[in-house]
Design a protein around this ligand. Structure first.
Ligand code: HMG
Ligand code: MG
Length: 298
């Protein structure tokens, strides 16, 4: 059975841009967010309050939030790794944040400068304080289907990390295939393990990168298992600066094309979205990797 509606969590302005070498001007980021809202997307992950030396592209987080004109009915979540990041986010007026854990030891070290176990005490006060302030918290887990240094990851390990973050008070768990190695059977296994660890499938989101062209098949598999929130990036922008071999996210256009075909409502205007990605591709100086953007705007 498939859902009647899918909520798209658009990560283009954050996951999409964080890996870009040339710093994208604040005005371009703000226009990108405005165009995405105009295309009907209602969750726009806007930026990250991480250490500016770690992700220079998003050092302008506060400026971007100050410069954008928030649209009614649109939320603008941001990534927050620690209490310093939370202080900065709250000062900027943020109401939705996401912490981002790792399912593997190596990626915890490389992405967070913490061991797998040390990540939890870093996130716990962030989640507790945010929830106390009425701020909604999503939990990401990265490397849920494979890690470039450690290889395959046990589904029970992913489930244990995810359940521990959810127990802190997060409202949603986004399972990340950071390097895009998942295939549908493996997606089923991880979702089953997460459900067995006590996380309701209705609070699970999937976050696929399209490195091996499997992101849509994986998404359809997840929808059949009851997932109704899918992360994607306009034009298929993206990658993680701290993950070897990570390429772009599932393109929002590819996702919307499939969901439109299935008669599943997203509220997104594909035409406006493709125009936005074509516009962004010009700003970045290279074509969008999305097949649908190329087919529509080639
Ligand atoms: P650290 O160096 O261990 O930090 O970095 P620290 O706690 O030791 O602090 C060192 C200094 O940094 C201190 O300054 C802090 O104040 C400052 P000092 O006292 O020395 O002058 N500092 C900060 N400044 C600004 N904002 C902050 C902040 N925190 C500390 N938030 C840290 C630890 C977690 C901060 C660092 O490792 C970091 O920023 N990592 C982020 C990496 C990142 O953003 N990766 C990409 C996002 S994850 C992803 O893409 C995957 C995802 O898409 C899902 C998927 O695909 O799997 C979500
Ligand atoms: Mg990602």
């Amino acid at each position: 059975d498939l859902p009647g509606r899918v909520d798209i969590w658009e990560v283009g302005a954050r996951d999409g841009l964080q890996n870009e070498q040339a710093v994208v001007p604040v005005e371009v980021k703000v226009e990108f967010l405005a165009r995405l809202a105009d295309a009907g997307l209602t969750t726009l992950e806007a930026t990250s309050f991480v250490h500016p030396k770690w992700v220079p592209q998003l050092a302008d987080a506060a400026e971007v939030l100050a410069a954008l004109s928030p649209v009614d009915g649109v939320r603008y979540p941001v990534l927050v790794p620690n209490e310093k990041g939370l202080d900065r986010a709250l000062e900027a007026g943020v109401r939705h944040i996401a912490v981002f854990g790792s399912a593997t030891e190596t990626f915890a070290q490389r992405n967070l400068n913490r061991s797998l176990d040390e990540q939890f005490p870093m996130f716990e006060p962030v989640v507790t304080r945010a929830v106390a302030e009425g701020v909604d918290v999503r939990a990401y887990v990265s490397m849920c289907w494979g890690d470039p240094w450690e290889g395959p990851v046990q589904p029970t390990q992913v489930a244990a990390v995810g359940a521990r973050l959810m127990a802190m008070g997060c409202s949603q768990l986004s399972l990340g295939d950071t390097i895009g190695v998942a295939t549908p059977g493996h997606v089923e296994a991880v979702l089953r393990a997460v459900a067995e660890a006590g996380v309701p499938i209705g609070s699970v989101a999937v976050h696929f990168h399209d490195t091996y062209g499997q992101a849509l098949s994986n998404t359809l598999t997840a929808l059949r298992q009851g997932v109704t929130t899918v992360d994607s990036s306009a034009g298929g922008l993206g990658g993680c600066p701290y993950a070897e071999s990570a390429t772009g996210n599932l393109a929002t256009e590819d996702l919307v094309w499939m969901l439109d075909g299935l008669g599943i409502d997203t509220g997104v205007n594909l035409d406006k979205l493709a125009d936005t990605s074509a516009w962004m591709a010009e700003r970045l100086g290279r074509p969008s990797p999305s097949r649908v953007v190329r087919a529509l705007r080639g």
